[in-house]
Design a protein. Structure first.
Length: 287
């Protein structure tokens, strides 16, 4: 390893140690709300220097975490290091952005599954008791469906944060990265739109027609996951509109609105229209 690479690795370890220290001094607020921040130092270093240098630096970061925090800090920091290393190798190898995104999303799903079920088993949390309060507000959702939707949604949000910030940081730090494609390349397809309509019909009219609860729970999970996908596609439709017509604020509001209840129904509807009728084709013709 070159001297420059070693120096930058040491700076990355120091930055990671600073995050651990701030997490400890703020009552573990970072790991509770922004655990994905632990990913960035190793991700950016690995993206620039490669897998071998990133692996050695990641080991140093993992050992440093023993000096700060508790068992939960170790879990959050080590999983973050693993995700950051894998994503950084993908950037260094010039993998497609979609590939990096999917891999990061899968690892994030596994991470949140461990957070829910492993934490409940180790510390004796009664998840059903906590869910009772929510079930009074949303009576048509059951415990299993809620857990699946929560895991997928949180993993998706974490992946989006990691993906967007890493691309921005790589450009700012002049780290060689694969060119970003156009938003117009991300779109639904008629098959997804038809499947979505079928799921809606089954959810609205099949609740009292199915004999076995396992089928009902499956439809509920598919219904909420379908809403998440269409909500994301709707946000992309509006972001694409803002980019094409150079309305920066519109693109920003398109992301924020996707997470506002009731309002995001419009986003979901736009996502469904884009799947069934490819509404952005008219923009391409005008452009």
């Amino acid at each position: 390893m070159k001297t420059r690479s070693i120096t930058q690795g040491a700076m990355s370890v120091a930055l990671y140690g600073l995050l651990l220290l701030l997490n400890q001094q703020t009552g573990f607020a970072i790991e509770s709300m922004l655990s994905w921040v632990f990913i960035l130092p190793l991700l950016l270093y690995t993206a620039k220097e490669g897998g071998y240098a990133g692996f050695v630096t990641g080991i140093a970061m993992g050992l440093l975490s023993f000096f700060f925090g508790s068992f939960t800090t170790w879990f959050y920091s080590w999983t973050a290091l693993f995700i950051g290393f894998v994503y950084g190798v993908g950037v260094f190898k010039k993998a497609r952005h979609s590939t990096n995104f999917v891999i990061c999303f899968v690892l994030s799903v596994i991470m949140y599954m461990c957070m829910i079920y492993l934490w409940a088993a180790i510390f004796g949390y009664d998840l059903h008791a906590d869910f009772d309060t929510l079930s009074r507000l949303i009576p048509f959702i059951d415990f299993s469906s809620f857990c699946v939707v929560f895991i997928v949604l949180m993993a998706l949000l974490q992946t989006l944060c990691i993906h967007m910030i890493s691309i921005l940081a790589c450009h700012r730090l002049r780290i060689d990265i694969r060119p970003i494609g156009s938003l117009s390349l991300i779109h639904g397809n008629p098959l997804l739109g038809i499947v979505s309509l079928a799921i809606w019909v089954l959810f609205l009219f099949g609740q009292n027609m199915l004999e076995y609860s396992i089928y009902t729970n499956g439809i509920r999970m598919a219904f909420f996951l379908d809403f998440i996908v269409l909500d994301g596609l709707g946000a992309i439709v509006l972001m694409d509109f803002g980019v094409r017509y150079r309305i920066r604020l519109f693109s920003f509001l398109a992301v924020i609105g996707a997470f506002i209840p009731i309002l995001n129904l419009i986003w979901i509807f736009l996502g469904e229209l884009d799947c069934l009728f490819s509404i952005r084709k008219s923009w391409n013709v005008r452009g």
